[in-house]
Structures are given as structure tokens and as C-alpha cells.
Design a protein around this ligand. Structure first.
Ligand code: WTA
Length: 651
């Protein structure tokens, strides 16, 4: 197989280390997943899994009733008549906000803490489920007062503040869809997403705190909205920093001013949605052109999110759960804003940087709130590992019982450090493989799974995966191949906004009948999956997903640049870093100053996470005869590897 775009692949166990790390028998036997297995008459995960593969529709309908309330039951679990446009729970009526928020108000969780928010400066806010419901209700009324209606797409561009969660929940409460743009993105990325979603209302903040600096959310929004040429009618501004910002009286409105009107506390009805109505758009980078707006549904999405969170992270009523992701990414959507609240959990959200004001900040938060489950990313583990074992050891982490990882392969060294130093050899690590497209976990351990550092272990209940060759045959033992999912699953994306053909072409055409994930992987002798990396032009930088095309178009928007190519190369902390190759326009000369200017330019246009590691000036780029840049050749050259088949290389 062609070299993959990424090379952070976890390698096999080093000699001398144990092959498996076993969760304790107590944890396994008392787990949510074993409780369900026993109810079904099984005594192990394996037996349960086999049954869910034979009876997936029975399994998923079990999950739909176990975790959720429906306004109206479905007639059909899975409708395959228009594959690959699959439908789940057709005829059912539901709203995720009823399950995550409304129903708790009349139940035992009313006064339970739903959300503990810690600001970067150390302020702490707590919301019970009752208060969460009030906040969401008020926010929903404010959106209605701005004319937001069922089916509208509201773009949300906020930092990690409670209002981000309220805004998302409020949007869905009234039957509108959200399109959340990560607060670390910048003008171009935001503008492209606003325009593609045709958002008439944008929610932003006056600023956000990160690393003791203010992120100028409003300034970036203003520039993006101006470029969106009259599309946006209202910008709703949440006050966070209180510093001076430009305010356009005819377009901008303060959230706190509208929210203070007594009418906003009137009850706002939660819309009853069809299971297949779209619930949100989330843009993600693909191999070519503009980012894709992936469409997720109201019904199936919440079924899988609730089931996976309960069975993988084993959430119990007393747990204090902390997912360190940003709500602006799929991890934050599924496993901060929706999943934990559906399960009635108490969760922590931290606004700022892991190392502000010192490298112990995360562990201090874990100690302060008695965190029992922490779900994070390999890049964070690697960067905190750098500060040494002494830092986490200064804090009481004895309440932790489960850890988790997502976003890229975790290298065994980082896995072991997280296991040994943070988890004190007591906490199994749930290495969850999934994607923006999949909506929820697809390959992941659970509290009964013997673990291998660096492997996401095996598919979740009801999920059938495989590793296939380019010809569609199962890859033979331990060989690399394409990671596929062999049948539909409830939280799957339904389409790409405005481009259903791209949905079919990207995911369902390469190996007909299978969903191709865009990752290469291998399956070992125990049936464990090892993700190697992306096979398309997607780069995972610190776990963030970026497209080479986005970086390249940001570069060519600079007047000095004629052509550009971007690739990902291994990086010790980030997993991968972006390296770029630039052909200058006539009249411009290569210099360090220009390279630096170009790096900053990409950062300004797309956001700091997209800032390239290097800018290399080149006289030409390797291209196919049809003019496509051969990034694979650039990458091989940079790594000193054989350049492979060059038969399509231009002249
Ligand atoms: C990668 C993030 C290895 C993979 C939820 C996938 C992983 C892409 C893992 C999706 C993991 C995610 N081990 N690789 N546990 N989790 N990936 O859409 O390449 O931001 O295709 O979703 O991240 O990234 P996305």
C-alpha cells in the first residue's frame, strides 16, 4: 500500500513489556456493559458482541429505549432502501434536548450538578440540571426572538464557555441546526463555513481567554461576516472578556441584553423532530476543495452517543467526567454537549490551556473536582509528559478510575506514561477510534477489554469493521489495508450538506458496499485494530483535522505565492506537523523573513493550529501529467524514502 499521509502509527509492543494490560475484575464485573450482557443472558463481552452482529437492529433498538425517551416510537429501525442514504428509526419523533436537559428537571437529577466550568483565571461556575434547563430555555427564547426557525442553520463561533453549550442545546431545542466553528479557526475558515451553511444568524463572543491572552472572536467574526456579503443579518454577541469591541448597531446584539428581558424566561417548547431530521452540521476537512459540511441526524445520533458513552466510559451516577476536547469538534459535540447530559452525568469543562499558569493545571483541576474519568488526546498526553512524572504526582489523582484517548494513534510510550503516572496503573485507557463522520465511537475498548497500548482494540457492539486491500479482499494477517465499516450504524453522517454525490463518492465508492474511513490500519493475530494514519490529504495536527487544500489555498491568497503544496510529517509532540512548498510569483525572492510572513499569513487566515512548521521555497512541484500535485512524492523526499511509482509524474 502507498505510504500513508501520517506516520505516527503505533508500533507493536516492545519486547519485555506485557502483551495485555487487564482492567480489574471488579471494574469489569460492575460495568454498565456487563450489566447489559447479563440482562441478555451472556457472560462475556465477546458473546454479547456476536449477538449484536447477528441482530444489530434488535441491539440498536434496545439502546434507543434503554437510554432515551421518544415522543413517538419508530416504525422501522433501519431503512436501507436508498443505500447509502440509510435511515434509522424512521417514523420516530424525538429531540436530544428533551433527553439531555428537559427530562431531568422533573426527575432525580434536578438538583444534581450537570456542569462545573472552570475558567482559565480560576473562576468556577456550577450549574445543576435545573439551572441548565433555565439557561437553555432562555437562550432558545433569545434565538426565537431573532427569528431563528426550525431548519435554519445557526453558525456558532465561541470560546470554551458555558454559553457555547447553552447555544448549541438552544438551537436544537427549537429545531434549528447548529454549525459550530472551532474558536481556534480564523477568518477564512469561518467565512467559508458561514457561506456554505447560509447562516443568517451567527453567535460569537466579545473574546475568549486562552493562555492568558484574548482571542479576538468578534474581530474575526466581523471580518468573516463582511466577506460573506450581506448574508448574515444578526450577530449575537456573548460577553466574556468585557474588553472594547467594534459594535455594528444594526447587526450586532448583546446576548445579555436580550436575555435580561422577562419574556425570555417564559417556557419555550422543545420541537418534536423526526428521527431523520438533520440536527447539526459539522464541517471537517477533506482531501480536496472546501471543507465538507457533514450532516448528522436527530434520532440515530443520540442513540449511539448515549450507548457508547455509557458502555465505554462506564458512567455511573457518582462519576465526575472530564472530556478535555473543545465542544467545537465532534468529540465535544458527542461527548461533552450531548452524551454526558443524556446520561445525567456531572462533568467538568475547562476554558483554557492545559499548562496555564503552570504545567500542573490539569491535574489540579482533576484533584479539585474529584474527577473520576478523564478523556483526552495523545498530543496533550505527550506535551504534559514532557514536564516529568513529578508534576502529576504532586496532586491527588486517586479518584480517577478510567482514562481515554482520541484523535490520532497514541504512541505506546505516551500510553504507558498516562497509564502509569496519571492512572497509577489502576485506570484502563479507552482508546476510541472514530470520526466526525461516524458521530460516535466505532472501535473502542470497554471495562472488560484486555488492552494493548496503541490499539483501539475491537469494534463496539453492533459495529462490524475490517481491513481490506485495494481490491476489496481482507488484508492478510497484520498487513496494512483500508479500514472499512461493513454496515450502516445509527450515528453515521447522513450526507454532505449541499453535495450528496460527494458523500457517495468519498465514503461509499472505493470499495462498494463498504464505508471507507480514509484511514489505513492493520488487524493483528488477536483481531485488534491498529490505526496507521490517513490515506487522503488530511493531516492530523495535534489531533486537529486539517486539509492540505485549506492550507494551500491560504498560502496562494498571499500576493507573493504562485503555487503551494502542503504535507504532514511526523512531529514529536503534535503527531504530525504541516510542511509547505511554495513557488513564488515573479518579482519575489525567497528569504527567511518571507517564510515567516507566510507562516503567519496562514495562521491569520485559518487559525494558529494551521500555521506551517516550515515554508520551503522551490522552483517547481512534482505533478502528475494532469497537473495534480504529488504530495506523496514530496513526503517521500522529505523523509528520505523511495519515491515509489513515478510513472504518472509530469515530463
Ligand atoms: C484519527 C475525531 C487512531 C483517524 C474523533 C480518523 C484516530 C480521524 C483515533 C478522525 C484513535 C481518531 N486512534 N486514530 N483513537 N481517533 N483518529 O474527524 O485518522 O477529527 O480518521 O474525529 O482521526 O478525525 P476527526
Amino acid at each position: 500500500m502507498a505510504i500513508s499521509n501520517e506516520s505516527t502509527a503505533a508500533t507493536s509492543e516492545q519486547s519485555g513489556a506485557p502483551k495485555f494490560y487487564y482492567p480489574s475484575e471488579e471494574l469489569a464485573q460492575n460495568s454498565n456493559i456487563m450489566a447489559y450482557a447479563r440482562e441478555k443472558g451472556f457472560s462475556s463481552f465477546e458473546e454479547l458482541y456476536q449477538w449484536t452482529i447477528q441482530e444489530p437492529q434488535q441491539f440498536w433498538s434496545d439502546m434507543a429505549t434503554r437510554f432515551l425517551e421518544w415522543y413517538q416510537p419508530w416504525n422501522q429501525v433501519l431503512d436501507e432502501s436508498n443505500a447509502p442514504f440509510f435511515k434509522w428509526f424512521t417514523g420516530g419523533k424525538i429531540n436530544i434536548v428533551h433527553n439531555a436537559v428537559d427530562r431531568h428537571v422533573n426527575g432525580p437529577n434536578r438538583d444534581k450538578t450537570a456542569l462545573i466550568w472552570e475558567s482559565e483565571q480560576g473562576e468556577s461556575r456550577r450549574y445543576t440540571y435545573g439551572q441548565l434547563a433555565e439557561e437553555v430555555n432562555r437562550f432558545a427564547n433569545v434565538l426565537r426572538s431573532l427569528g431563528v426557525q426550525k431548519g435554519d442553520i445557526v453558525t456558532i463561533y465561541l470560546s470554551r464557555v458555558p454559553e457555547l453549550l447553552f447555544a448549541m442545546l438552544a438551537t436544537v431545542k427549537i429545531g434549528a441546526m447548529h454549525s459550530v466553528v472551532y474558536g481556534g479557526f480564523s477568518i477564512d475558515a469561518l467565512q467559508a463555513r458561514i457561506v456554505d451553511a447560509k447562516s443568517r444568524v451567527v453567535i460569537t463572543g466579545d473574546g475568549g481567554w486562552m493562555n492568558n491572552k484574548i482571542v479576538e472572536l468578534k474581530k474575526i467574526t466581523d471580518a468573516a461576516v463582511d466577506e460573506a456579503q450581506g448574508l448574515v443579518e444578526k450577530v449575537l454577541v456573548v460577553r466574556r472578556t468585557g474588553h472594547d469591541i467594534a459594535f455594528n448597531e444594526s447587526r450586532d446584539v448583546w446576548y445579555h441584553e436580550l436575555a435580561a428581558q422577562p419574556a425570555m424566561d417564559e417556557p419555550c417548547a422543545t420541537e418534536q423532530m423526526d428521527a431523520e431530521d438533520p440536527m447539526f452540521l459539522l464541517y471537517t476537512s477533506g482531501s480536496t476543495g472546501t471543507p465538507k459540511g457533514l450532516v448528522h441526524s436527530c434520532g440515530g445520533y443520540q442513540v449511539q452517543v448515549a450507548a457508547t458513552l455509557s458502555f465505554t466510559f462506564d458512567i455511573k451516577p457518582d462519576d465526575v467526567y472530564w472530556c478535555t476536547a473543545d465542544p467545537g469538534w465532534i468529540t465535544g459535540h458527542s461527548y461533552i454537549v450531548y452524551g454526558p447530559f443524556i446520561l445525567g452525568a456531572t462533568q467538568v469543562v475547562y476554558e483554557g490551556a492545559p499548562t496555564y499558569p503552570n504545567p500542573g493545571r490539569w491535574w489540579e483541576i482533576a484533584q479539585k473536582y474529584g474527577v473520576t474519568i478523564q478523556y483526552t488526546a495523545p498530543t496533550a498526553v505527550r506535551s504534559l509528559m514532557r514536564f516529568g512524572d513529578e508534576v502529576p504526582r504532586q496532586y491527588d489523582l486517586s479518584k480517577l478510575r478510567l482514562l481515554g484517548s482520541v484523535g490520532e494513534p497514541i504512541n505506546p510510550e505516551a500510553w504507558r506514561w498516562y497509564y502509569r503516572v496519571v492512572g497509577q496503573e489502576r485506570c484502563p485507557i479507552m482508546d476510541t477510534w472514530w470520526q466526525t463522520e461516524t458521530g460516535g465511537f466505532m472501535i473502542a475498548p470497554n471495562p472488560t477489554t484486555p488492552l494493548k497500548p496503541g490499539s483501539g482494540t475491537k469494534p463496539f457492539l453492533g459495529i462490524e469493521a475490517d481491513v481490506l486491500t485495494e481490491e476489496g479482499q481482507p488484508a492478510s494477517g497484520n498487513d496494512d489495508g483500508l479500514l472499512v465499516i461493513k454496515r450502516p450504524w445509527p450515528a453515521m453522517l447522513r450526507t454532505i450538506h449541499g453535495d450528496p454525490q460527494r458523500y457517495v463518492d468519498t465514503y461509499w465508492s472505493r470499495l462498494p458496499g463498504n464505508y471507507t474511513a480514509g484511514d489505513s490500519a492493520r488487524k493483528d493475530e488477536d483481531g485488534y485494530y491498529w490505526i496507521i494514519g490517513r490515506i487522503d490529504d488530511v493531516i492530523k495536527v495535534s489531533g486537529y483535522r486539517l486539509g492540505t487544500a485549506e492550507v494551500e489555498s491560504a498560502l496562494v491568497s498571499h500576493p507573493a505565492v504562485a503555487e503551494a503544496a502542503a504535507i504532514g510529517l511526523p512531529h514529536e509532540l503534535k503527531g504530525n506537523a504541516i510542511h509547505t512548498y511554495v513557488i513564488l510569483r515573479q518579482g519575489h525572492e525567497p528569504s527567511d523573513a518571507l517564510a515567516d510572513e507566510l507562516r503567519k499569513h496562514v495562521g491569520k487566515e485559518l487559525g494558529p493550529i494551521a500555521r506551517p512548521e516550515t515554508v520551503n521555497f522551490v522552483p517547481n512541484l512534482p505533478k502528475t501529467r494532469s497537473g495534480k500535485i504529488m504530495r506523496r512524492v514530496l513526503k517521500a523526499r522529505a523523509l528520505g524514502l523511495p519515491e515509489g511509482d513515478l510513472s504518472t509524474l509530469e515530463g
